[in-house]
Ligand binder design. Structure first.
Ligand code: NAD
Length: 243
């Protein structure tokens, strides 16, 4: 773990992002910036953290102007960012592809892919050079095609290819970019996959019966280990529950 470093986590109000914030805090990070659209959730997570100086940044990561404002504020601190976790995301939702509403398609691509690209773009000049590390949360859905979640799969495949394409930033800027591709993780995300975004999708219930789920803590630990592995740049790691 980076002792005394500065980490930024998106999607920090819940699930994997919350587990990242907690694991980084207990691991000795000294400065933590938490980003999420859920202001109440951010405050709840921060109340459970002790150790680092924590700042909360309520932001809609589908809004480029809002992301710009947050990173401008982080830049004002004149502290290099050691670790950026681009983790916020939303599921495919319903109705499934090809009946997905255009507004939902836009939201999936804007948050899951554009949010990652924009935060990377804005964080890069603020990262420690050399030594900064960016870790993107993709998904096994970005590696394995499936019809009903075609837009979500495309957004995560975009994150995987973006990550791989950033490999040479390690040489150019001294900043490594990698990704994790988790299978099913036991978070609130699962309850947003079904009808009206407030239930579990039937396919998910069947998959859980067959294979179980990862814990957000296990995913956070693996993500941090990959982010800190100085031999890795432009790579991804698949994480799946052991049945
Ligand atoms: P979660 O729903 O518990 O957390 C996601 C967080 O992202 C929430 O706090 C939410 O408020 C935030 N968020 C959503 N839209 C946002 C926006 N526009 N701006 C800012 N923040 C926003 O889900 P999770 O499982 O912890 O998901 C984290 C990441 O892991 C996502 O990118 C997701 O696609 C990915 N993932 C999840 C699973 C799974 O099974 N849970 C599997 C593979 C990948």
């Amino acid at each position: 773990m980076i002792k005394g470093g500065f980490a930024v986590v998106t999607g920090a109000a819940s699930g994997i992002g919350q587990a990242l914030a907690e694991t980084l805090s207990t691991g000795g990070i000294s400065r933590l910036a938490l980003l999420d659209i859920d202001r109440v959730g951010l405050a709840r997570v921060a109340a459970g953290l002790s150790g680092p100086k924590v700042t909360l940044h309520p932001v809609d990561l589908s809004d480029p102007g809002a992301i710009e404002a947050v990173f401008a504020a982080l830049g004002d601190e004149a502290l290099p960012i050691d670790l950026l976790f681009n983790n916020a995301g939303i599921p495919a939702g319903t109705p499934s592809w090809p009946d997905t509403e255009l507004s939902r398609i836009q939201a999936i691509l804007n948050i899951n892919l554009m949010g990652v690209v924009a935060a990377t773009r804005l964080a890069l000049p603020l990262m420690r050079r050399p030594g900064g590390s960016i870790l993107n949360t993709a998904s096994t859905s970005g590696l394995r095609p499936y019809l009903s979640g075609a837009v979500y799969a495309a957004s995560k495949a975009g994150v995987v290819m973006f990550t791989q394409s950033c490999a040479d930033l390690a040489v150019r800027d001294g900043v490594r970019v990698n990704a994790i591709c988790p299978g099913i993780v036991d978070t609130a995300f699962l309850d947003k996959t079904g009808a009206g975004g407030a239930a579990r999708a039937p396919w998910l219930v069947e998959r859980l019966k067959a294979g179980g789920a990862l814990t957000p803590k296990a995913v956070a630990r693996a993500a941090i280990a990959l982010a800190l592995d100085e031999s890795r740049a432009g790579t991804y790691e698949v994480l799946e529950a052991k049945p």
